[in-house]
Design a protein around this ligand. Structure first.
Ligand code: GS8
Length: 219
């Protein structure tokens, strides 16, 4: 019997994008279900009763939650094509370290570039650029964080790139001007079909952020 694969997702979510890229890399056919996060479906509440968040992968009726856990699950189950995590245990641990760093540092500082003002916003911009520079240092001269090929760290990081236009518009700064090597890496990733088709247009994200700012009464 063929696998039944369902993805509960929300288009602007960088966490959801990770799963979409992993599915595209592996060539997995699945049913995409867009969630209204202000009116969550009974299926989402049933499949992720703890966090009630997307993304959730439902594989033959069983849920897997948390984007990085889902991507690793996909890599283990569909292991014949496009390996995402390194096979060496030490390299695998390093890749997980950097993804953990991205989740702990990049999400919050990025969000604060458009959701705060004044001193807090200046601080957020500084932190955001520092995080990108740290990642740039880790990338070094390699084409991808995974080395010669696109891997787990690349996949978990590139979804943030389509949010940069919104961060830069409201934060009034330019990542490309400050971090050219990082930007070259991002463009390399965007040239991949699996990535390009999984990320929404940056203008759509900008519109989404404009709506959020209005809703939160920012400015
Ligand atoms: C984060 C998922 C998340 O924040 C992961 O999957 O990696 N650590 C998790 N999902 C958000 C949408 S994206 O910002 C979400 O579902 N929010 C709904 C809510 O908080 O009610």
């Amino acid at each position: 019997m063929a696998d039944e694969v369902i993805l509960l997702d929300f288009l602007p979510s960088m966490f959801g994008m990770r799963v979409r890229i992993a599915m595209a890399e592996k060539g997995i056919k699945y049913e995409y279900k867009e969630e209204d996060l202000r009116n969550k479906s009974p299926l989402l509440l049933q499949m992720n009763p703890i966090h009630k968040k997307i993304p959730v992968l439902v594989h033959n009726g069983k849920p897997v939650c948390e984007s990085t856990i889902i991507v690793q699950y996909i890599d283990e189950v569909w292991k014949d094509k496009a390996p995402l995590l390194p096979s060496d245990p030490y390299e695998r641990a390093q890749a997980r370290f950097w993804v953990d760093f991205i989740d702990k540092k990049l999400y919050d500082s990025g969000r604060k570039t458009w959701s705060t003002t004044g001193e807090a916003q200046e601080q957020a911009k500084k932190e955001f650029i520092e995080v990108i520079k740290t990642l740039e240092g880790q990338l070094g001269d390699k084409p991808y964080f995974g080395g010669e090929t696109f891997g787990f760290v690349d996949l978990c990081l590139i979804p943030f790139y389509c949010w940069f236009h919104a961060y830069e518009t409201y934060g009034k700064f330019s990542v490309a001007a400050e971090c050219p090597n990082f930007t070259a890496w991002a463009k390399r990733c965007m040239a991949k079909e699996s990535v390009a088709k999984s990320l929404p247009d940056e203008k759509k994200i900008l519109g989404f952020v404009a709506e959020l700012r209005k809703r939160f009464g920012i400015e």
